[in-house]
Design a protein around this ligand. Structure first.
Ligand SMILES: Cc1ncc(COP(=O)(O)O)c(C=O)c1O
Length: 378
């Protein structure tokens, strides 16, 4: 038998500038919100908070109809919930992917016994719309098309409006599921305008909140599909059950929410709306493009096809002969700055630099650039 300790050390995490693929640093005002009086999850005053939060989520997703709520778990739960709510075993799903998170989406569809069709491309590219069109035409019985809007593993943006138009034209009854984990709050996401039937995100990237929540949005027609789905997925992520808690009154207990996390999300969204979504997107764009231009000037190149380059996240190719992990470690230890490396066993040697949430500005970019310059002199 092993030994049991009688105490553990006082918690003392070091200060970090979080410029990896997420989490980003928590906005100090968001942290303050987590120190407000905690109500219980069945307190009528907390229900009022939820009503305002749901209104904020609608505004954030730009979806006046349907439902915009949140799962009490990280972005992966939003991904899984999309499949379990909207797909029954044997349903045809087209997963479009060229990166770690898109591949995970396909994997989840497979786990839930969907009849899976995959449309892929090399890392750094997007799966071409022509290939998607061919897959749609070959599979007119498609129930769901799933794609990652901002692929954090490669720094690539998928053209969701064009995809949506194609899906509506070729297979109008198929639902469109979009991963907006990295994009929501950091660039334009228009759930209603782009015809997104189910979108999910996270709290810890462009929204500047702590990790652990997954805001989602569902269209009215996807809600009908969910209601008619005879295959009931996990109770925890059942959208209809969750809505009975968030929307129906008197409230029906679903689960004990992590209330302080929800205060944080509330404040994060309140601040986002106060800043103005367009201004916030422009701030992310400016920071990312500034960082990329500065890196290019230094001779660095990027994994992503420039036509589809994200600005929230830059996947920088590690130059020949450089040990990427060592550089990443030095930047962390000498400069207290977190940048990411490649994700998954097939990732090429890259650094992933995120400028999201409170870090989406040129000052944070300059700190990262200075760290690269010091560790890898030109
Ligand atoms: C595009 C994308 N999808 C899904 C996820 C999973 O989110 P989480 O780690 O919050 O579960 C991530 C996380 O980085 C992501 O970047």
């Amino acid at each position: 038998m092993g030994d049991l300790v009688t105490s553990i050390p006082t918690l003392n995490p070091g200060e970090r500038l979080l410029c990896g693929p997420g989490p980003s640093n928590v906005n100090p005002q968001v942290l303050q919100a987590m120190q407000l009086n905690m109500n219980g999850h069945l307190d009528p005053d907390f229900w009022d908070i939820l009503v305002d939060l749901a209104a904020g989520l609608k505004a954030l997703w730009r979806n006046p109809d349907g439902l915009s709520l949140c799962f009490s778990a990280s972005g992966t739960s939003g991904m899984e919930a999309g499949i379990t709510n909207l797909v029954a075993p044997g349903d045809k799903v087209i997963a479009i992917h060229a990166g770690f998170f898109g591949a995970r989406l396909a994997d989840l569809a497979r786990r839930h016994e969907a009849d899976l069709v995959e449309v892929t491309a090399p890392l750094g590219q997007i799966a071409p719309l022509e290939a998607v069109e061919a897959a749609l035409r070959a599979n007119p019985d498609t129930k769901l098309v799933a794609v990652v809007h901002a692929e954090t593993s490669t720094g690539v943006r998928y053209p969701v409006p064009e995809l949506s138009a194609l899906v509506r034209q070729v297979t109008p009854d198929a639902l469109l599921m979009v991963d907006a984990v990295t994009s929501l709050g950091g660039e334009q996401v228009e759930a209603a305008g782009w015809g997104i039937d189910y979108g999910y995100s996270c709290s810890q990237k462009s929204l500047g909140c702590p990790p652990g929540l997954s805001p989602f949005t569902v269209s009215a027609r996807a809600l009908e599909v969910q209601k008619a789905n005879k295959h009931r997925g996990p109770y925890t992520y059942d959208i209809a059950e969750l809505a009975r808690y968030w929307v129906d009154r008197p409230i029906t207990y679903h689960h004990t929410m992590p209330i302080l996390q929800y205060y944080a999300l509330y404040e994060g969204i309140r601040l986002g709306l106060e800043e103005g979504l367009e201004r916030r997107w422009a701030r992310h764009q400016d920071a990312g493009q500034y960082f990329q231009a500065q890196m290019r000037e230094r001779g660095y190149t990027f994994l992503s096809d420039p036509q589809h380059q994200l600005w929230e996240l830059s996947a920088v190719n590690v130059p020949e002969g450089v040990d990427g992990k060592e550089v990443q470690g030095k930047i962390l230890r000498q400069f207290n700055i977190e940048v990411g490396g490649g994700l998954g066993p097939t990732a090429p040697p890259i650094w992933r630099v995120g400028l999201m949430g409170v870090n989406a500005n040129r000052e944070a970019a300059d700190r990262v650039l200075a760290a690269f310059d010091a560790v890898l002199p030109r």
